[in-house]
Design a protein around this ligand. Sequence first.
Ligand code: FES
Ligand code: FES
Length: 83
Amino acid sequence: MTDSKAVVAGKAPMPVEVVAGKAYFWCTCGRSKNQPFCDGAHLREGTDFMPLKWEAPESRTVYFCACKQTAGAPLCDGTHNRL
Ligand code: FES
Ligand code: FES
């Protein structure tokens, strides 16, 4: 089994224009090359992580967490400032 800790993919949130009712699969492991979303790397790299499904409540710009340490997954809660 590989390292079971989430990789810090970035230390700033990633703004994304989301669409109401659409589901997004946020990368929890930090290994995706398509941040902030899952690209299957959690499986390829043999981790125990699973993507987090999140449905947009409304169409607007949201700030996804890239550091993977947020307490408000999948959105940034400012934790990256303390890394
Ligand atoms: Fe990170 Fe899928 S690649 S959860
Ligand atoms: Fe992770 Fe802000 S980018 S908490």
